[in-house]
Design a protein around this ligand. Structure first.
Ligand SMILES: *Cc1c(COP(=O)(O)O)cnc(C)c1O
Length: 507
């Protein structure tokens, strides 16, 4: 282990950040309210005036009164203080907070899409049906699987929907006893949650050095009875940032047991156009289009979680399904007797799917391959430059162990110097870097995903920031307990914020 002091001292550009949060604290809109001010002019009354029935009029609501410009300034000031993927480096592992090209927003807001009504007849919405059909075809091709349903609203919802299809398949084939779903111990929390939602029992499979332990998998299948296993859920590349190259062998083990292999596709950006889940034995998977195919996301939405399945599972997919007829016209097919039914209203999250179509169409095959190459290159570049100071349990290029699109660091030697992981994460805020995912998939780790859209300049600055923080830990670990010290909001009491949020303005 090289010591931190050997790291090259470097100038860090614009450090600490000056723009964001430089304004004085913004008052609440209620505090800016001036009685009598208003931000809108209603058009003159052109219908007979009628009084509202007294029982419909409740107690007066205390709404702020504010002029249009003051209102706009208020929200602009607030947005200045926001941390955003547009303005800042956001290496949140597993979440893929990459740049979202503006042309996608333009496409999704075209009136021909945005003003459609979901109950319009098929012959009046041929354009959007065609777009959805093409999206389905793109996603089938990228997955190497037979059929895609666009209906699920997010990745977690896709997991749930696909597991429902798998359960329906087994029920239909006289194997309703297959209720066990295996998942690796480093799986995203949504995997076991989706199993529980489907009434399946979750069995954790060990991972060793970030890889699925094949012996543990085989042992568990024998122990619990192959005839009881419905599926194994695996994320590949996984949350340790590794592509599990045993994947085809894992698929064989599952298939020999008569069970299915489910892939959590949250990390598809690392393999787009390089390899296809269907080709390495996956039976069903979900996409997170908001991660892989660029929809602004965070704080729970919006998103879309299309699922791709093999031929066996196709007839169980949700309805309606968008279809192309022999004459090239498009329609919504609800006549699928084996379908599990609907998992949400209408066809899916159309606005997000339009962005997905626009992104895939703009990239094309070459572009998607480039996405995969750059996401992997960027993560390996960072890991290689930081590993002497920030230990990386799963990254060992000299042994041929590179990372995929993200890497995990457990900075043991820094933590031994009297700081906690949260101290490091909070100090990053002072340098305008969003703290990475923490304590997952292993304790005391940071999971860093630079994504494919960051420039070398940004990556180099991140390295400088991380080395600077390491130097500060060497020289004055105590000083990190207060971090962030340069941001408008200092160290927040996270437990109180989660448990006792104050959401209502009271004078
Ligand atoms: C984000 C993520 C999910 C959940 O996806 P949502 O779209 O947020 O529901 C599942 N698994 C992994 C590995 C993820 O990163």
């Amino acid at each position: 282990m090289t010591t931190v002091t050997q790291a090259e001292p470097t100038m860090i550009e614009s450090m600490p950040a000056q723009s964001r949060g430089a304004r004085p604290v913004e008052p609440l809109i209620f505090e800016k309210s001036v009685p009598g001010q208003r931000g809108v002019d209603l058009p003159p009354l052109d219908v007979p005036k009628a009084e509202l029935p007294a029982d419909l009029i409740g107690a007066p609501v205390n709404l702020p009164s504010i002029g249009q410009h003051d209102l706009m300034a208020h929200y602009t000031h607030l947005s200045d203080r926001n941390f955003s993927v547009d303005g800042n480096f956001y290496p949140l592992g597993s979440c893929t907070m990459k740049h979202n090209p503006r042309i996608n927003e333009w496409a999704a807001s075209l009136p021909g899409f945005a003003q459609l009504h979901p109950l319009q007849d098929d012959d009046t919405i041929q354009g959007v049906l065609r777009l959805l059909y093409e999206t389905r075809t793109f996603l089938q091709e990228i997955a190497g699987l037979h059929e895609v349903s666009l209906q699920p609203a997010a990745g977690a919802h896709g997991e749930y929907t696909a597991l429902k299809c798998i359960c329906a398949y087994f029920k239909d084939h006289g194997q309703a006893q297959r209720r066990l779903v295996f998942a690796t111990d480093n799986a995203h929390g949504t995997n076991p949650a989706s199993c529980t939602m489907c009434g399946a029992d979750v069995v954790a499979v060990k991972s060793v050095d970030g890889w699925t332990d094949l012996d543990d998998l085989k042992r568990l299948i024998d122990e619990r009875g192959a005839e009881n296993v419905a599926a194994f859920m695996i994320t590949n590349p996984n949350t340790a940032g590794l592509f599990d190259s045993n994947i085809a062998r894992i698929a064989d083990i599952l298939h020999e047991a008569g069970a299915m292999l489910y892939m959590d596709g949250a990390n598809m950006n690392a393999i787009l156009g390089k390899t296809r889940p269907g080709d390495f034995g996956v039976d069903a998977m979900h996409y997170n289009t908001h991660k892989t195919f660029s929809t602004p996301h965070g704080c729970g939405g919006p998103g879309a979680g299309p699922i791709a399945v093999n031929e066996k599972l196709a007839s169980y997919l949700p309805v309606p399904q968008v279809m192309m007829a022999a004459d090239g016209s498009f329609h919504l097919d609800c006549d699928r007797p084996k379908s599990i039914g609907k998992v949400r209203g209408f066809i899916g999250q159309v606005g997000v799917l339009i962005r997905c179509w626009a992104y895939i169409s703009a990239c094309g095959g070459e572009g998607l391959r480039n996405v995969a190459e750059k996401s992997v290159l960027n993560a390996n570049y960072l890991a290689a430059r930081l590993r002497d100071v920030y230990e990386m349990p799963f990254f060992a290029p000299e042994k041929g162990r590179f990372c995929a699109h993200e890497f995990v660091t457990v900075p043991k030697s820094l933590l031994e110097k009297g700081v906690t992981l949260i101290d490091i994460a909070k100090r990053m805020i002072d340098y305008d870097v969003h703290p990475p995912t923490m304590h997952w998939p292993v304790h005391d780790c940071l999971m860093v995903e630079p994504t494919e859209t960051e420039s070398k300049r940004t990556l180099d600055r991140f390295v400088d920031v991380m080395l600077q923080i390491a130097r500060q830990i060497e020289s004055d670990p105590e000083s990190l307990h207060e971090a962030p010290t340069e941001s408008v909001i200092r160290r927040a009491d996270e437990v109180a914020a989660a448990r006792k949020p104050v959401l209502v303005w009271e004078e």
